[in-house]
Design a protein around this ligand. Sequence first.
Ligand code: PGA
Ligand code: ZN
Length: 430
Amino acid sequence: MNKISSIQAFEVLDSRGRPTVEAHLTLSSGLSASAQVPSGASTGASEAHELRDGDPQRYNGLGVRKACHNIETILAPALEGKSVFDQATIDQLMIDLDGTPNKSRLGANAILAISCATARAAAHSRKVPLWSHLAGNRKAVLPLPMVNILSGGLHAARAMEFQDFLAIPHAAGSFAEAMEWITKIHRKTRELLEEKGAYFTGVADEGGWGPRLATNEQALAILTEAIEKSGLAPGSQVSIALDVAASHFFAGGEYALRSEGRSMPARDFIDLLAGWCRKYPVVSIEDGLEQNAWSEWPELTHRLGEHAQIIGDDFLTTNPERLQRAIASKAANAVLVKMNQIGTLTETFAVIDKARASNWRAVISARSGETEDTFLTDLAIASGMAQLKVGSITRSERLAKYNRVLVLEQTTSLPHWSAASDRLPPIWRS
Ligand code: PGA
Ligand code: ZN
């Protein structure tokens, strides 16, 4: 009854208007489930391969008809008759059918769409919410959001080099209160930008403001001021996270802050970040160094890791081997988890569970190209890791995820992030 009877694939569009994959699974019971996959822009070099058609006549080569075709002609025939309760078997079968180390033959986009639809079909069959099905023995909690307020880098036409300036409302008593604080800070930030005459460009790819400012540091100062002017205490109620996304402005062995007309080696760049952590309430730094700087990440973590969460995104790419190496060399203390960086749910949970077992933190994250699919919310809750990074609050592909948490907070007895406070840095614990 819970066996897959057919799988269909569709080319649909993501939040940047680029094609992405949707898979529909139908079971012998007649139940069906679907899932859409996201897509990054500031991608890490060791991510699983997103298969694109390369036909310049359609979507500048970004079509995903080949990935859809692979689902219907290669993956579907192999999976028909398999039980959706065997997630690990299904994922492994797809990995084997692909046969490459980075899923480049069939496409991680094709594989992940089926992997997620399988979990959803299993949850439907068991008549339980997706988060509950995914959680298994893990302790499910509502996550603390890390919300993008100002954007730069590849998500905002490189007006600034740093990619995300985010607010973490860690002292909020509920998810609903956290989101209310965030909307105030987002609005106040816009007012401050206008007051300061910053060139106003609408919102960036994840819904944050993408202004042209004199320096990257000015964004940090404005965000700190916006928190204060929203009647909240920077540091004790709301802190700041940075996604530096440093790989994307690393050139010629240096971190090149072109908008500021300066460039510096890793040592000076770490000093710059350390100075900001002293001056502003920065408690989380993602991709503070570029993705191949294995010998310098331990220094960054040694210098700042006691007070700040040091997250690897492009650096670790949700990859169990890279995570293992980083744990062994103390290169960071947290991992960003993006399902499509690795391509199956089973491997994603392997990374989450490895982080937990190693006393690392994990932040469950969206991509800059998203869809209305809310799978990520359930993954974040199920992970028990207590942190969610989805982007800002002015684009519906982001709000779909936040809104699901808001409703679950009111309709379930799921505890909030403080119930998993051992997963959070000490200074965020209320
Ligand atoms: P991406 O950005 O989805 O474009 O990679 C998100 C991030 O860097 O965290
Ligand atoms: Zn990132």
